[in-house]
Design a protein around this ligand. Structure first.
Ligand SMILES: Nc1ncnc2c1ncn2[C@@H]1O[C@H](COP(=O)(O)OP(=O)(O)OP(=O)(O)O)[C@@H](O)[C@H]1O
Ligand SMILES: [Mg+2]
Length: 278
């Protein structure tokens, strides 16, 4: 089982959108996937509650993320996608420490660059691999290049980006991801390219071909073809399939809307180390 955490000190940069899109992309690629929502604002849980599809499942962080991950492991989950609040807190630091990969969405704006310092402190306090993902990209203008260049001094920047597209918002209202809403749309295409990258970074295989082989087709323009659905998907440590469905403790049902954890103590950032890029 692998754990991918979306984290950023700055609000509104696309953490929840990343989780929504990558969780469904992972499931569509044949990887048993679970969400965990650590944000008290519960954006991911509220979106999930609007879904009619059974998957990805939502597992409550009760009493904490470590327990939720244990539930996921027993269910045979291949990938857990964790959303976090826009904070540098013990809650987020603990999530980063439990992750195999931390994804830091970042918009192409001076404000986002200015706000990156707190996130870097969070990353440098752990050994977890991390990658910046450009989010809500409006164009490939000079500002994008400048921000990518600046970020690359701090860590790896994913070559696949999520452009600013209405489909993310429209589909979210309906409890869908962009890939479910418009499978051949531009947003779905962005997500497919991003999924190929994330699958490689986090160490998840899907279908019969290895992710490493597929990722070779993904370029900076994010124009790879969509991953096909596959059976027998597993994380590289061998978890495959799902056991007894949503009846286990901690697994959310539609009747009981997802309740995220609280706990927002200040993070300890003493002994800062550089972030560990993918
Ligand atoms: N690529 C995108 N294109 C268009 N809209 C987007 C995109 N990504 C996110 N949004 C929208 O921007 C807003 C903020 O995104 P999101 O909620 O994912 O950010 P966040 O980092 O999770 O915010 P917070 O820190 O407050 O939890 C939402 O309305 C979302 O639908
Ligand atoms: Mg959010």
């Amino acid at each position: 089982m692998r754990v991918c955490v979306a984290a950023s000190r700055k609000g509104g940069v696309g953490k929840t959108n990343f989780c929504v899109q990558i969780g469904v992309a992972s499931e569509l690629a044949g990887v048993s996937t679970a969400y965990v929502d650590l944000d008290p604002m519960a954006g991911l849980s509220k979106w999930w509650a609007r879904r009619t599809a059974e998957t990805p499942i939502l597992v409550r962080p009760e009493p904490d993320l470590a327990t939720a991950l244990e539930v996921c492991r027993k269910l045979g989950i291949g990938l857990v996608v964790v959303d976090t609040p826009p904070a540098v807190s013990q809650l987020v630091a603990d999530a980063v420490a439990l992750a195999d990969l931390v994804v830091v969405p970042c918009q192409a704006s001076p404000d986002d660059l200015d706000g990156i310092e707190g996130t870097l402190e969070l990353l440098s306090a752990s050994d977890t691999k991390s990658v910046f993902v450009m989010s809500r990209v409006k164009s490939r203008a000079a500002m994008v290049v400048d921000v990518v260049t600046a970020l690359s001094h701090h860590g790896a920047v994913c070559p696949a980006m999520l452009a600013d597209r209405e489909d993310y918002k429209v589909s979210k209202i309906r409890g869908l991801s962009a890939s479910e809403f418009k499978p051949k749309g531009a947003a779905a295409n962005d997500v497919a390219a991003l999924w190929h990258q994330i699958a490689q970074y986090v160490g998840v295989e899907h279908g019969s071909a290895s992710v490493d082989q597929r990722v070779g087709a993904v370029g900076p323009e994010g124009n790879a073809s969509a991953p096909r659905s596959g059976r027998g998907a597993k994380s590289k440590d061998g978890a495959a399939g799902r056991s007894s469905g949503a009846k286990r403790a901690g697994v959310a049902s539609r009747a009981g809307k997802g309740a995220p954890a609280t706990g927002d103590r200040a993070v300890k950032t003493a002994g800062r180390r550089p972030a560990r890029p993918v």
